[in-house]
Design a protein around this ligand. Structure first.
Ligand code: AMP
Length: 401
């Protein structure tokens, strides 16, 4: 399968080639023809699968075809996504793929001054990417009209619900023209999501990709069994290896993220934290520095990290093992994207062994244990007595080095 065989126009193929995209990912080969055909779509896919291009490319092509709008720019496509980071990434993707189309795109999100956003909107844009709150705010103030929207995308719908945006989403949908094409994306499809989809799409075609398994298969996964108090030393030791140009480190708490950053900086390792307590500007700065590789280590909590898309991110380090197994899959999905290689390194303390077991069950795979390292686990007391039997076996494994 090639992009040419999907009938993508030359100006878009040119930018895809410049990005190094040789062939469409599965979600792209499935979704692009359906969207180009003008049909509604329900896509079950998460970030990391090439989902953004799966909707951005055909939207650019469809909007580019309609010449009647070219003189006076009105928002004709709206993409609503739950987080600022995702919104920024989607806008960047539209700009990249649409670089030779003459179409314009902008992004609005909360937590920052609205004036630069409204200044761009005043000049008119073809495509708007938005988080729900700021979008509604600017609609109320009269800066945004949805009356000319021909293609609407609701991205990460499950996350939208998790974050409590359901009422905002409903208000946005109510403001859309009745006649439109709608694309609905969600990583999971529980009943309430299907119900929500039913209020947005008409006669949709359903497209599904199974990213978790494929992402997981592409990533080398290793685990160090280590006492909690030695995790800092292990992390700095690992980072002494210059092969690790950048690493995304996950902690369970915001406080934990800040502590790790402080520790790394003391050791002369450039690092920044990204989490919900950081101001939007600080988060953006941290992310840009990391993308530009001026910051070597980005320490993140799960909420802040979901959706972070860094090209060529090779290392994800789980400073703490997540207690929800799916979170592990999301975390390591930051690396090994769209066919690239990646390594996920996990630090497992005694009281985290059960979490690790659950993860191995979910991914149907044993994570390779690194033996003979400098900080073997000695603290067996922290293992929870209830799970004693299982932990005991695992600890023995962890100590066999
Ligand atoms: P997404 O799922 O949209 O967040 O995309 C995940 C990553 O895959 C991004 O870094 C994209 O740049 C990259 N990507 C998307 N489509 C392709 C493709 N056809 N070939 C190679 N990389 C791609």
């Amino acid at each position: 399968m090639t992009f040419e065989s999907l009938d993508i126009i030359e100006s878009i193929i040119k930018s895809l080639k410049e990005e190094g995209y040789e062939k469409p990912t599965p979600i792209q080969s499935e979704a692009i023809p359906i969207i180009l055909d003008g049909k509604d779509l329900i896509g079950c896919a998460q970030t990391g699968t090439g989902k953004t291009a799966a909707f951005a490319v055909p939207i650019l092509q469809l909007l580019g075809k309609d010449k009647s709008f070219s003189s006076r720019k009105k928002i004709r496509s709206l993409i609503v996504t739950p987080t600022r980071e995702l919104a920024i990434q989607i806008e960047e993707s539209f700009k990249t793929y649409g670089r030779y189309t003459g179409l314009t795109c902008t992004v609005v999100f909360g937590g920052v001054n609205q004036n630069p956003q409204t200044a761009i909107l005043r000049n008119g844009v073809d495509i708007l990417v938005a988080t729900p709150g700021r979008l509604l705010d600017l609609m109320t103030q009269g800066f945004i009209s949805l009356s000319q929207i021909s293609i609407f995308v609701l991205d990460e719908a499950d996350r939208m619900l998790d974050m409590g945006f359901i009422h905002d989403v409903k208000r946005i949908i109510a403001a859309l023209p009745h006649k439109r094409q709608s694309l609905f994306f969600s990583a999971t499809m529980p009943p309430e999501i299907i119900k929500l989809a039913g209020t947005i799409v008409t006669k949709p075609v359903r497209v599904e990709v199974t990213p978790s398994a494929s992402t997981v298969d592409l990533v080398d996964q290793i685990v160090y069994f280590v006492d909690k108090e030695n995790k800092n030393a292990l992390l700095t030791d690992l980072l002494a290896d210059e092969k690790i140009k950048t690493a995304l480190v996950f902690t369970r708490t915001k406080y934990g993220a800040d502590k790790v950053v402080k520790m790394l900086r003391k050791k002369g390792i450039s690092s920044e934290a990204i989490h919900g307590d950081k101001a939007q500007n600080a988060r953006q700065r941290a992310l840009s520095g990391f993308k530009a590789q001026t910051t070597r280590v980005l320490v993140a909590t799960d909420i802040a990290a979901r959706g972070i898309d860094v090209d060529e991110l090779e290392y994800v380090i789980n400073y703490e093992i997540p207690n929800i197994s799916e979170t592990y899959v999301h975390r390591i999905g930051r690396t090994g994207r769209a066919g690239a290689n990646g390594t996920a390194i996990s630090f497992c303390a005694a009281d985290e062994i059960d979490y690790l077991k659950d993860i191995e069950k979910l991914i149907s795979k044993k994570i390779q244990i690194i033996k003979n390292h400098q900080y073997p686990m000695t603290d067996l007391s922290a293992a929870k007595p209830v799970q004693g039997k299982r932990n005991h076996n695992q600890q023995k494994k962890g100590n066999r080095r």
